[in-house]
Ligand binder design. Structure first.
Ligand code: EZ4
Ligand code: CO
Length: 416
């Protein structure tokens, strides 16, 4: 089972995706996701120029060995570009192994630990009325856990809040505009937004108070602070949200400073989730060992694939820390499928972020996963269960796109 062909496919059905497609000499194909939002072509070059030449002729069954070869052999370790490229190879090899065995990937990982994966959806609103409507709509769609993001009085646009009128009504016609804040925007320069931490900290508790009053005590609620707070601000936010019993507070501080979370932990019992921008187990070394977090946010796509994320999650399991894999639409259906197989097979699954991809994306990537009764399932097809329609993907060439960035009112750049 030798790798005979390796293609890097870039397609942009409403947003950019980078996919590695491996083919073996016995006719099996495997897909891996290497999408890095806003920096996609760096991964494309890493794969095409540096990795693909090493793959041709390799034994496709040797997943761990190939992982170690790419990680150690490259000498320059870690980093989002490297780890997304390695993830693409790793998932494509797992896909091939599943097809060779005639089994869905989760079976190769040990079999199902549960019937399905609890998913959370993204509700948002510029004000309480819009937010309430958005939560209601998600509940109607079957979600049993909800991330709550809200506008802040005085700020024009805020992370995670859908902005257009169309977005607020949830129109799914054509492109999915409901999550219009989510794709990197297709501008030649990044869009600038304005941020005010004080206004946010003052406003947010009233949002959760209103949501709890409307929807009761039992609905799991999550919130993403998107790296914008200092440690002491994060501690204060955690304390002020404690009465509303959040499932988690995500990315409360900038992720590079692992020790910052010690201070947050001293002051609040709010569960903490972190790590969507982490890419190796080393980024978790301190915060797992010191039990400074409750959920690991890394995606298969950004943390070296199934092989490496499983090691992170096994390490976390020793400390009762669970998975909370990143699942925005910038993780492709291929990366999402791999995440669902892993989530089904591990014991310490926590929750899975889930935003449906657009219609166009789903025509390029034919998926077998299901979402029923609030639970995701990767399906029973051999491998990861996703096919790439090359004719469809060819219709959507790459379009440069950037995530927004923030400035404070005095012009200082702030974390986005
Ligand atoms: O901003 O995926 O929890 N989800 C998030 C996402 C990230 C984007 C970045 O590419 O924080 O919305
Ligand atoms: Co996040």
């Amino acid at each position: 089972m030798k790798i005979e062909k390796a293609d890097v496919i870039v397609t942009s059905p409403d947003r950019n995706f980078v996919t590695l497609r491996l083919q073996t000499d016995d006719g099996l194909t495997g897909l891996g996701d290497g999408t890095l939002n806003g920096r996609e072509l760096a991964v494309v070059s890493y794969l095409r120029d540096h990795v693909v030449p090493l793959l041709i002729g390799r034994d496709a069954s040797r997943i761990e060995d190939t992982w170690q070869f790419l990680y150690r052999g490259g000498y320059w370790r870690r980093g989002p570009v490297t780890m997304a490229a390695i993830a693409a190879v790793d998932v494509a090899l797992w896909d091939i192994k599943g097809k060779a065995a005639g089994m869905p990937l989760y079976q190769l990982l040990g079999g199902a630990c549960r019937t399905g994966l609890l998913a959370y959806g993204h509700a948002s609103g510029a004000d309480i009325a819009e937010l309430t409507e958005s939560i209601r709509r998600h509940l109607e769609e079957g979600y049993r856990a909800i991330r709550v993001q809200s506008g802040v009085p005085g700020l024009h646009s805020v992370y995670g809040v859908a902005s257009s009128a169309n977005a607020r009504t949830g129109s799914q016609a054509g492109t999915d505009t409901r999550y219009d804040y989510e794709p990197a925007r297709r501008n030649d320069v990044p869009v600038q937004e304005t941020w005010d931490t004080g206004a946010y900290l003052r406003h947010l508790p009233s949002v959760f108070e209103a949501v709890r009053a409307e929807f009761g005590a039992g609905l799991p609620l999550l919130h993403d602070a998107h790296h914008r707070l200092t440690p002491i601000q994060a501690a204060r936010l955690g304390k002020s949200l404690e009465p509303y019993d959040l499932f988690w507070l995500e990315d409360c501080t900038p992720a590079e400073n692992q020790e910052a979370l010690r201070l947050v932990r001293q002051h609040t019992t709010i569960p903490l989730a972190i790590g969507e921008v982490f890419n190796t187990i080393w980024d978790y070394q301190v915060i797992v060992r010191e039990q400074l977090i409750d959920y690991v946010r890394s995606a298969v796509t950004h943390a070296g694939g199934v092989t490496h994320l499983r090691k992170i999650l096994d390490y976390a399991a020793q400390y009762q820390i669970k998975s909370g894999m990143h699942g925005p639409t910038d993780v492709s259906p291929v990366g999402m499928a791999a995440a669902l197989h892993l989530g089904l097979a591990i014991h310490n699954f926590g929750i899975q972020e889930y935003m449906p991809h657009s219609e166009r994306t789903s025509q390029v990537f034919r998926q077998s996963c299901t979402f029923e009764g609030g639970l995701l399932h990767p399906g029973e097809r051999p491998g990861i269960g996703v096919d790439l329609d090359l004719d469809e993907s060819g219709k959507y060439p790459y379009q440069r796109a950037y995530l927004p960035y923030n400035r404070l009112s005095d012009g200082t750049i702030h974390d986005w």
